[in-house]
Structures are given as structure tokens and as C-alpha cells.
Design a protein around this ligand. Structure first.
Ligand code: AMP
Length: 420
């Protein structure tokens, strides 16, 4: 029969790579605990409406990249393309947003976008992200950029740059959009088809277009920073002051606009020198209108998200080969022949309460059991034979020093001896 392959744009996470994923997740939980963020897990599919309203009708994600389907109950559902809209939806649905309370949440899991697969770009990929909801203060923006920065360092990454911008708010943005349209109008015929469409609906997205022809045309475009209203300008200055106080270096990038429509004021990305064209390891920003957009009261928020596949690529580029070393068994329980099997099973079960223990599962010869133990990097091999069992002892070989000792079985069971 023909082989069935994983769908295009998806990837299996196999051992030993899966070890790195477990380690990334472990470090994430540990770091988030220290920063006071709690985990939230939301469904992998939501009503399509959530993303249309939350991420925005004009965004590439909603226009072109969502996996949307109708279920047997005639509901329009979408696989989640990102995490923030779901977090906002859940926070509203469960009444988590109380006046005067600041929510700090993080999530990790698969996201789905019907994108053209390329290096570091998948149709099912994994994001980790965090949100601070319920504060309009610039220090909340710094908390999000700070936790992202700390997380990246915790993963062992180097060569990172924070790029910062302000995309304004619904009050100052219309004037900016007009200025941008005035700048782009004479160039319209040279822009790509997508950008021609964006010109009316969402001209700021043109600044983010990756088509080289469009990138050439936007050189010299007016900056959002020149059009900020008083409130947005003060906020931007305060965010910078907070980042300086927190010791986080950043560059101002007036061309930085993010692909999702919900951002207001702060927008940021972190780039990694070793990643080439897809150099953003993650980003985020403030979304003061999102909670209202998904049906809640007015509740300002700010968040980031990062792509875990890209983090692993960046680590590879940095030469960090091993996020987590292979787990080596403390003991390999070998048997001289099948008469020792039951004792081996009993002993391996007891040893596994104290550490990592392995035994042969294939009926291999003693010689090949030693080979297995060597391949696994076991620290000690315990050899059980019928005669030794009768005498209540086993031979224990230290694989590093090659020293062999006879050890009473009782000590092996209880861990009562150094030699075991
Ligand atoms: P976004 O939600 O578009 O701001 O993306 C945030 C981060 O998720 C990016 O910086 C990437 O690291 C990652 N990311 C986004 N889209 C993909 C994709 N198709 N494949 C892999 N990673 C992605």
C-alpha cells in the first residue's frame, strides 16, 4: 500500500529532538513561575468569528491563512492561528477581568496557518506567549518585553536585538494612514497585488510586505512616530524609560508594524542575527481594544508570542547543540539467561523508584546486553544469573572504571550500599 505522509507544512517531533521540546517547556514553566505568570490552556479550535473580530478582517492571517471548516452541527470553526484572541475570549468568558486586577497569563501549544512552507515556516507550528491584561501602564509593556527577554536568555540564545515602535491608537492612526496613502499613491502601480488591496483597507500592512519590489517602494515612507498623539507619544517615552530601568537594550524601528490588526501603541519584535530572512524569533505589542472586540468590557492588554521551531533554529545557529543532554540510565539490569528474568523485572521495578533503570526486552545474549548498556550510556550494569540469585547476590560492573563487585541483592533493592 502507498505510504501515508504527514500533511505538508507539518512536522513530527522525534527523539532525540523531543527532549529539547520537553526541556524548553520545563524551563518555560519554571521561568514563568518566577515572573508570576500562570498557565492558561485554551482549545485548539474556536469559532471563526473570534479571529475575524480579534485578529482582524484585514489581516493576512484571517484573509488567507486560516484553517476554517464547518462541523457536523453547522458551526464555523477555525484552528487557532495565534493565542492572544483565545486568551482574551477565555478571560472574558470566565469573568477573570475584574477592575483593579492585573491578569498575568502564559500559554504554549500548536498554532495553525495555511502559509507557504519554508525554512522556519510551517502550517502547524508551536508558540509560547504571555499576556498582561488589565493595565494600561507602560510598566506592563516593559514587564512583557522583560519576560520575553528573560525567557530567550533562559533558552541560551545570544545575538538578539529588541526592535521597538509605536503604531499609535485609533485616535492618531487615521491621520497617519492618510499620510501613508499620500506617500504611496504615486507608487501604487509598482506595488504587488496584495499591497494594492491593502492600500485602501489597511495601508500600514504594506510596510510589512516581504516582496522586494514593495520594500523598495516604501523606502522613505512617513514614520508612525511622527504622527503619534500626545498620549501615545508619552506612553512610548515611558515604555523606553521602563526598559532602560530594567536594563533591556532596544532599537527604535519606525518601520515595524505587526501582522495582526489588534495592536495599539507599543509594537516590538526580537530578531536573531543567525536566522536570515525569517529573523524574527517573536514579537508582540499592546492591544487596548481587543478585549472589547471579543465582547468584554474595556480592558487594556499587552503580550508577546514566540515560535518554538524558530527558537530551536536560532539555537542551532548559535551552536547550542544540546538543550538537554540524553538521559543515561543509572543501571542496566542484565540477565545471564531467561531463568533470571523474573528477578530482573522485580529489581528493575524497584530501581526505577530511585532512578533510571533499563533491562533487555528482546531476549538478547549477555554480550549484546552489555553492548546495549554501553550504547545507552548506563553508569552500572547489574548482572543477574540463577546461581547468584540463589546466593542472594549480583555482580555489579561500573562501566566507567570497569570495576566489578559482588553486591547483596538486598542492598540493590534498598539502595543501602555505595556500590549499588
Ligand atoms: P506572529 O503571531 O505572526 O506575530 O508570530 C509570532 C512568532 O511565531 C514569529 O515570530 C515566529 O517565530 C512564529 N511563527 C509565526 N508564523 C509561523 C509559521 N508559519 N511557522 C513557524 N513559526 C511561525
Amino acid at each position: 500500500m502507498a505510504k501515508i505522509q504527514a500533511p505538508r507544512g507539518t512536522h513530527d517531533i522525534l527523539p532525540p529532538e523531543s527532549r529539547h521540546w520537553i526541556e524548553m517547556e520545563r524551563r518555560t514553566h519554571e521561568l514563568m513561575r518566577r515572573w508570576g505568570f500562570e498557565e492558561i490552556r485554551t482549545p485548539m479550535f474556536e469559532s471563526e468569528e473570534l479571529f475575524v473580530r480579534g485578529v482582524g478582517q484585514g489581516s493576512d492571517i484571517v484573509r488567507k491563512e486560516m484553517y476554517t471548516f464547518t462541523d457536523k452541527g453547522d458551526r464555523r470553526l477555525s484552528l487557532r492561528p495565534e493565542g492572544t484572541a483565545s486568551v482574551a475570549r477565555a478571560a472574558v468568558e470566565h469573568g477573570m477581568l475584574q477592575p483593579g486586577r492585573v491578569l498575568k497569563l502564559y500559554y504554549q501549544g500548536p498554532m495553525f496557518r495555511y502559509d507557504r512552507p519554508a525554512a522556519g515556516r510551517y502550517r502547524q507550528f508551536h508558540q509560547m506567549g504571555a499576556e498582561v491584561i488589565g493595565s494600561a501602564a507602560p510598566v506592563a509593556d516593559a514587564e512583557i518585553i522583560g519576560v520575553f527577554w528573560a525567557w530567550l536568555l533562559e533558552m541560551g540564545l545570544q545575538g538578539l536585538t529588541v526592535r521597538l515602535n509605536s503604531v499609535g491608537c485609533p485616535v492618531c492612526r487615521p491621520a497617519y494612514r492618510e499620510r501613508l496613502r499620500d506617500f504611496l499613491r504615486p507608487k501604487l502601480e509598482w506595488l504587488c497585488g496584495d499591497c494594492k488591496e491593502r492600500f485602501e483597507k489597511n495601508p500600514m500592512r504594506i510596510l510589512d510586505c516581504k516582496v522586494p519590489g514593495c520594500q523598495a517602494e516604501i523606502v522613505g515612507a512617513p514614520s508612525t512616530l511622527d504622527s503619534l498623539g500626545e498620549e501615545c507619544r508619552t506612553h512610548f517615552e515611558e515604555v523606553q524609560a521602563c526598559l532602560q530601568a530594567a536594563g533591556i537594550r532596544f532599537e527604535i524601528d519606525p518601520g515595524l508594524v505587526r501582522g495582526l490588526d489588534y495592536y495599539t501603541k507599543t509594537a516590538f519584535e526580537v530578531h536573531h542575527a543567525g536566522l536570515g530572512a525569517q529573523s524574527a524569533v517573536g514579537g508582540g505589542g499592546r492591544y487596548d481594544g481587543l478585549v472589547e472586540e471579543v465582547g468584554g468590557g474595556s480592558s487594556p492588554g499587552v503580550g508577546f508570542s514566540t515560535g518554538l521551531e524558530r527558537i530551536l533554529l536560532a539555537l542551532e545557529a548559535d551552536g547550542v547543540a544540546e538543550l538537554a543532554p540524553p538521559a543515561r540510565p543509572d543501571w542496566f539490569v542484565a540477565t545471564v539467561n531467561s531463568d533470571a528474568r523474573d528477578e530482573a523485572l522485580r529489581l528493575v521495578t524497584a530501581l526505577r523508584r530511585r532512578g533510571a533503570a533499563e533491562m533487555d526486552l528482546s531476549g538478547a545474549s549477555l554480550k549484546s546486553q552489555f553492548k546495549q548498556a554501553d550504547r545507552l550510556g548506563a553508569a552500572k550494569v547489574i548482572v543477574l544469573g540463577p546461581r547468584e540469585i540463589e546466593r542472594g547476590v549480583a555482580m555489579v560492573r561500573d562501566m566507567a572504571t570497569h570495576q566489578e563487585n559482588e553486591v547483596p541483592l538486598k542492598e540493590l533493592y534498598t539502595g543501602g550500599s555505595e556500590s549499588a
